[in-house]
Design a protein around this ligand. Structure first.
Ligand code: ZN
Length: 175
């Protein structure tokens, strides 16, 4: 397992993250790879808003696609590359799926559950622990997320200002 190989797959996950940002979803991407052939089995990006599905995280969607493709709910031996530290829900699903190895880019102090928060895979109630590699291309992922949320905050502030101006104008008209 070379760094170049892992970077190549993380780039594919980052491309998925970009696709999420393009439709207004938080830029998080995940891919699932078969290390015996280096084939990408599934690719997905975050889309809870567009799917109206609170479980619509990149990891969950990638696991679903891979399981259908493999015709098996166990994904034993496969690897996941994801651009952000998985949350508790996704860590649970990764464990249920028997994923062999998880490589994630940026860590997530707020919502992560691997190195942060509940540290799901370290709990005695977790019955399947994948190998974990953290930090690969973390800056690229973190920058994408930072830029996305910065732009969104700006949009929200502008919207708020417009609404305020509208209310002011309406009040004036009414007087
Ligand atoms: Zn998640």
């Amino acid at each position: 397992m070379t760094d170049a190989r892992d970077s190549m797959f993380m780039k594919a996950a980052l491309a998925q993250a970009q696709a999420a940002a393009a439709i207004g979803e938080a830029p998080i991407g995940a891919i699932i790879v078969d290390p015996t052939t280096d084939e990408i089995i599934a690719e997905a990006h975050n889309q809870p808003i567009s799917l109206k599905d609170p479980t619509g995280h990149a990891e969950i969607l990638a696991l679903r696609k891979a399981a259908i493709k493999r015709d098996n709910y166990r994904l034993t031996g496969l690897e996941m590359f994801v651009t952000l530290e998985p949350c508790a829900m996704c860590a649970g699903a990764i464990s249920h799926a028997r994923i062999k190895r998880v490589v994630f880019a940026a860590d997530d102090a707020k919502g992560g559950a691997v190195l942060n928060g509940p540290k799901f895979f370290d709990q005695p109630t977790c019955h399947w622990r994948p190998e974990i590699s953290a930090g690969l291309m973390a800056e690229d992922s973190a920058k994408m997320l930072k830029d996305f949320f910065k732009a969104r905050r700006k949009e929200q502030a502008e919207e708020k200002a417009q609404n305020k101006a509208k209310i002011k104008a309406e009040k004036k008209d009414g007087a």
